[in-house]
Design a protein. Structure first.
Length: 182
């Protein structure tokens, strides 16, 4: 766990400090706040999980070139189950590397991928359970629409949580507001 966190931080530091800079260039920070759908896929869907909802908050930094960056992404999601009052909630944090192709104008596509940890817990089962925290990875793409320092974004990711036996897989689709850097 410590090694994974150290690798994420090290990669981000190298990516942001190893890039050439012009005299007036500087890294730009941003914050995302959004929500959307948590779509179960694979064995999680087969177990009866229904499409749920999610909330997302993220903070990131973009290198002076505007192409490479990193972010820390936090989510809370909840999925119900078919023919049951039970639901499954997931709280997690991911560290992502973000690549944004150079574009002119106010539309900015981006690709992201990273690793982190997710804590899952079944509720309304009649049994008190502790949440279980597991390693996870994700990859996806999004598009941002900017107007000055405020914009909107929409993104989709594939999230795989390394649960015992089989992975718990979701496709989080989120949209929201972005404040800060380009």
């Amino acid at each position: 766990m410590k090694l994974t966190a150290a690798l994420m931080v090290g990669t981000l530091v190298l990516a942001l400090t190893g890039l050439p800079r012009t005299a007036n260039a500087q890294a730009r920070g941003y914050v995302l706040l959004g929500g959307g759908l948590a779509i179960p896929v694979g064995n999680f869907h087969d177990a009866g999980a229904k499409t749920g909802w999610l909330g997302q908050v993220a903070g990131g930094i973009t290198a002076p070139s505007g192409v490479l960056g990193g972010r820390v992404n936090g989510t809370f999601s909840r999925n119900g189950f078919t023919d049951s009052d039970e639901h499954f909630r997931i709280i997690g944090a991911m560290g992502d590397l973000v690549v944004s192709p150079k574009m002119q104008g106010s539309i900015a596509p981006y690709f992201l991928g990273g690793v982190g940890f997710q804590n899952g817990k079944a509720t309304n089962t009649g049994v008190t359970e502790n949440g279980v925290t597991k390693f996870a990875w994700n990859a996806g793409a999004g598009i941002g629409f900017r107007a000055g320092s405020i914009g909107i974004y929409i993104e989709g990711r594939f999230l795989s949580i390394r649960t015992p036996g089989v992975s718990t897989n979701l496709i989080p689709i989120s949209a929201g507001i972005r404040w800060g850097g380009h």
